[in-house]
Every structure is written in structure tokens, then in C-alpha cells.
Design a protein around this ligand. Structure first.
Ligand SMILES: [Zn+2]
Length: 468
């Protein structure tokens, strides 16, 4: 006799909590290094993840080629030149161009948090200045990403950009300077951009309070077309193989750390969920497809490439979970992206599982659900409660050299994997999934409501297919 839902879920939970697979996978991925797009460690991770998908008996394990524009870090130097002379710690932001050998010197303009309000207040001051903003966004405002802050400065004719970390500890924060339109791959911004620490920014702020300050940025980076791979495998549905739920997460970190939280832990949860469901593949009715995406940190190249390559099959994808940062904070909850009509479904699942989960709605464009959502597919992220740094308006260890293996707790990865596997098992076995692909009109309305139509215009990345 076949097992019932309760028996299968008990086995899923037992396997998730007894197994050491996530811890082992995390250690191996971190041992390769950063897995940043274009590095040997990226290739090692792709090979490893593909082998694991085979070991876990997934169907059709394979990799798919993605072409993109690569960016390689060279040197970056930040100096104060007036009223005193001093070199300051900094880090180049990916998609920053090189400067001349002499560097680029200009007056410093500190505009605080660099929100759209700060830019409105400084509209006439930005041109020709090296603009400095904090990474912080006040929690009462819509979250404002580094790219939004930087591109506002770029559009207003700034000469350079300094991005200051908001958490103390002498850590410089990295992150891309430009966000790509979904159909193009990579864009070098118009001015040199660097990240620096809260302490350096505080020093510059104090200096500016006494009078005018000049700074110089010198940078040398390179960029060239490159090739990478999405790693794909699935648990095929027995009744409705053409109805697909995608579970993805990015395999890369930034080139300055091993990116343990962001996102080795997340891709380990993708892998573990695949393993937990694969054990019960005979009971699965619709297909669950697992994808490890490369190049998220440099502009979602993997996920954008996947969506572009599979445009004709997108109607089959009923839902997409993006596990960016999943497994790094306790108490996983579900953050529905964009359209709130998926909330009742997940609240119901949480109730039926008798497992409290936060279910909320938000929207962001800076991760791998974006290319799917902008084509009308309903998506969600896994989020944590306590310890989720976005709620404090800062990244904590994320995007710094301190994002190391010790920051990840195996209990969080186990909890995220176990919970998601149960949710997915229910989604893959119920009669009907209530999610309908959204029309272009619905996508436009959602972007407008979330304030992202203006943001995407600022970034130069508003989707061309929504412009008609
Ligand atoms: Zn990430």
C-alpha cells in the first residue's frame, strides 16, 4: 500500500534533520572559493552540483550554457586629496570602469542615505561630484538598493560614487554598480565606483563638516564576453509532468569571500530539497525542477539566460521559488513576490501543515526570481524572521569578506529544507495549483504599485516587452 501524506512528511522531516548532507555540501562549495562568474571556482561548483544532482537520482541532470559579459576585478584606490592627503580603504564595485592612471579627482558630495528624497534635495549639486551615500535605507521607506542609489547619481552627471557600509567593523561592502535589463547582459557604468567602510565614511563626513573635501578614485578593471552554465535537474511528475514548479538559487558569491550565507547556504537548500523530494519521487504528481544559477551577483545572468532560452515553455512553469539567502536565518517564512493573490494559498498550506510560517508580500528585482516575475510567473522567496538583516536596512556580513562558513548554522539549513520540501510536496501532489500566469498589463500594474516602474527607468532596465 502506498504511504499517505503524513507518513511521507514524517520521513521527509526525519531525513532532513538526521542527515549531514547540507553541512557537507556547504563545506565543499565554500572550499572551492567565491564561485564568482568567470572564476575557476565557479566551474568547480557547477561540476559538483551536477554530480550531486546525479547522486540524488534527479531526472535529466544537465547543464545549460549561458553567454554573458564578464567583469574582472583589478585595483581600486580611494584617497582624500584636500584638505589633507591620505589613502583610505576601499573596494571596487563590479561594473565599475577603469580610470586613467592618474585617477579621477573631484569634490566630495555626501548625500546621506542616498534615497530618492536625498537626490531630489541635492538635484543641483550632484553634477561633477564624487557622490557618497550610505548603504542604509530607513525602514519606513521602500527598500532602496545600491544600484538605484548609484544610477540616480549616474543619471544626474556625477563624476564617481562611494558606497558606504552602514554596519561598523571596518568592512567594505561590494555589489554590482549596474542592474541589467533582463534581455541584455552586463553594463559598465559611466564613472568609477567603490565601496568603503562605515568608519571611512564617518571620517569623510567629519572632514566635510569643516569645509570642502576633494577625493580621488583610481581603478583598473577588465570586462570581456564569457560563458557559464545553469545546472538543472528535476523530480518528474507522474500525472502532470508538464506542470512545473521551479526551485532555484544562485551558486555564486562575490569575488571577495566564499559567500557562505549568500549564497552557498541557499544553493545547499535547493540541493537538499531536491534530495528530500527525490526519495519520494513515485508520489510526486507534477514536476519540480531544481536550478542552480550562476552569475546572480553580477546581474542574474543565469536566471535571465534561462528565461530567455525557454520563453516558449514558460506557460508550463506554474510557480518559482527563489532561494537567495535561504538557510541563513531561523524560522523560514514565505515572501510572495509582487502579487498578493498567492498569500491565501500559502497561509492555508501553513495551517494544514500546522507549522507557523510568516506569509507576506513584497517585491524586489535584485535576485533570480526577477526574470520569471517580469514574464508573469508567480514567484516567492524564503525569508527568515529573527536575524534577517534586510529588516534592519543593512546587509550585515553579506557582500563583505566576512561572509564565511562559520556564519551559517546547519540547523537553519535543515529547517529551511524540511519546511520547503513539505510545502513543495503538497504543491506537487494537490489536484489544482491556483496560480495563473499574469498578463503584461498585470505585470505593469504591479510594477507601478510597487514603485518599480520609476526605479527600472532609473536603472535603464524597464523590460522592452512591457513598453508597448
Ligand atoms: Zn544572493
Amino acid at each position: 500500500m502506498s504511504k499517505n501524506l503524513e507518513e511521507i512528511e514524517k520521513e521527509i522531516l526525519g531525513e532532513a534533520y538526521f542527515s549531514n548532507e547540507t553541512r557537507k555540501n556547504l563545506a565543499v562549495l565554500c572550499s572551492f572559493g567565491c564561485r564568482f562568474a568567470g572564476t575557476p571556482s565557479e566551474e568547480e561548483a557547477v561540476k559538483y552540483l551536477l554530480q550531486k544532482m546525479k547522486d540524488y537520482n534527479l531526472s535529466k541532470p544537465h547543464r545549460e550554457e549561458v553567454k554573458y559579459l564578464g567583469w574582472k576585478r583589478g585595483i581600486a584606490k580611494l584617497e582624500v586629496t584636500k584638505p589633507e592627503s591620505k589613502e583610505l580603504e576601499c573596494i571596487g564595485l563590479p561594473w565599475s570602469p577603469s580610470t586613467s592612471k592618474e585617477g579621477l579627482e573631484a569634490e566630495l558630495l555626501n548625500i546621506g542615505n542616498g534615497t530618492y528624497v536625498d537626490y531630489e534635495l541635492h538635484r543641483d549639486d550632484v553634477k561633477g561630484k564624487i557622490v557618497m551615500t550610505s548603504a542604509f535605507t530607513p525602514p519606513w521607506m521602500r527598500g532602496q538598493h545600491r544600484c538605484e542609489k548609484l544610477c540616480r547619481a549616474e543619471n544626474m552627471g556625477a563624476a564617481g560614487f562611494i558606497y558606504a557600509k552602514n554596519d561598523p567593523g571596518l568592512l567594505c561592502e561590494t555589489g554590482v554598480a549596474s542592474w541589467n535589463p533582463p534581455e541584455t547582459l552586463g553594463r559598465i557604468v559611466k564613472f568609477p565606483a567603490v565601496g568603503t567602510s562605515k568608519e571611512v565614511a564617518s571620517y569623510l563626513t567629519r572632514l566635510r563638516e569643516k569645509g570642502k573635501v576633494s577625493v580621488r578614485i583610481t581603478a583598473k578593471h577588465t570586462s570581456a564576453p564569457a560563458l557559464t552554465w545553469n545546472v538543472v535537474g528535476e523530480v518528474e511528475g507522474s500525472d502532470k509532468p508538464d506542470e512545473v514548479i521551479v526551485v532555484g538559487g544562485h551558486l555564486d558569491g562575490h569575488d571577495i569571500a566564499v559567500g557562505a550565507m549568500d549564497n552557498a547556504a541557499g544553493v545547499c537548500v535547493v540541493l537538499e530539497t531536491a534530495r528530500l523530494l527525490s526519495i519520494h519521487k513515485n508520489a510526486i504528481k507534477r514536476t519540480v525542477r531544481f536550478i542552480a544559477f550562476p552569475g546572480e551577483e553580477t546581474g542574474c545572468f543565469g536566471s535571465a539566460g534561462y528565461v530567455m532560452e525557454h520563453l516558449k515553455e514558460l506557460d508550463k512553469i506554474k510557480f518559482m521559488f527563489n532561494l537567495d539567502g535561504a538557510g541563513r536565518a531561523a524560522r523560514p517564512g514565505i515572501m510572495v513576490q509582487g502579487w498578493p493573490d498567492a498569500i491565501p494559498f500559502f497561509k492555508n498550506v501553513s495551517r494544514n501543515m500546522d507549522q507557523p510560517m510568516s506569509v507576506d508580500v513584497n517585491f524586489g528585482i535584485y535576485s533570480d526570481h526577477m526574470p520569471f516575475a517580469l514574464r508573469g510567473i508567480q514567484t516567492a522567496s524564503l525569508v527568515g524572521g529573527i536575524g534577517f538583516t534586510a529588516s534592519t536596512g543593512t546587509r550585515g556580513w553579506g557582500h563583505t569578506k566576512a561572509d564565511t562558513e562559520d556564519k551559517v548554522d546547519v540547523r537553519d539549513m535543515r529547517e529551511a529544507s524540511a519546511n520547503l520540501a513539505r510545502v513543495l510536496f503538497r504543491m506537487a501532489t494537490i489536484e489544482e495549483l491556483p496560480f495563473k500566469r499574469k498578463s503584461n498589463e498585470e505585470i505593469k500594474t504591479m510594477l507601478h504599485r510597487q514603485g518599480y516602474d520609476e526605479v527600472m527607468e532609473v536603472l535603464g532596465s524597464y523590460p522592452s516587452w512591457l513598453k508597448i
